[in-house]
Design a protein. Sequence first.
Length: 266
Amino acid sequence: TTTNTTSTTISLEKQAEAMNVDLNYLKNLKTIAATGIRLENYDTQLEQWPNSGKVVMCQQSDQYVIVYQAFNDGIGKYAAKHNKFKGALGWQERRMTWFKTDFLWMMYRSKWAASKNQTTILAIKVKKAEFEKILLQAVPSSFSQSYHTSKKHFQKALKSSDIRLQWDPSHLPDGKPFKARRAVQIGLRNKHAIEWASGSQFVSIEDITEFVVANRTTRLIPLERPYVLSDELQRVLGVHVRRAEKHTDDSASDDENQTAQLSSSQ
C-alpha cells in the first residue's frame, strides 16, 4: 500500500510539473474527475452557448442533470455524506429551497463559496425524470403570456404553487451579469421541499467546494450545454432561444447596475 501511494504521488508530481500547476491543484482536479463531473474552459464553452434568450444551461447525462446549491458547512457537509438533507442540523423543511442549473449563476450568488452561509457548494445529480417532473410543475414567478391565460390566473397559480420558476440574468466568471441570456432557478417548498430533502430524487450529492475555491480565477468550470426541452416544457418555462454566430462577454461590461430578484439557496 505504501509503495502504491508513493508511486501515485510521484506520478502526480510529474504531471503537475509538466502542466506547470500546483500539486494540490492537480489533486483537486483528479478528485473532481472521480465524481464524473466534466470540466471545460469557459472561453471554449462560449462557442457552444446561445448568447440570448431563456436557456436551461446544465451538465447532464442520460441518467441525471447536475444542479447546484450552496449552504453553511454544517448542512452542506452532512448532505454530501448522507446523500440527503433530512436530518441535517439547521435544515428547515418549511422554508423554500432554491437550486440553480447554471454553475456561474451559483458562483455569482455564493461569491465563489465566500458568502455567509454559502461556504459549501454542492453539485447535486438529480435523476433526469425527477428533474423534468419538477420543471413541469413549476409556476413562473412573473406573469407569462405563454403560460398564464390572465393575470388573475397568474395570481391564483402563484399562490397555490409549491414550485417556483425564476429567470435571472446569466453571469460571467467575474460576476458581471450577461442580461441577454437568462438563467433559471427553481424554488421548492412544502411537500416538494420534503421530497427533495429525503434524497430520493438524487443519484448523488457531491461537495465541490475545494474545486470552486481553487478555480476562482482559472475560468475552468463544469461543462454545460442547453437542456433540450420538450414542447410542453418550453410552454411551461416560456422559453424562446435565439442563437448567434459569435458570442463574447463584452456586451455585459455596462450591466453592473443590473438588479435581479435573488433568493438564497434555502
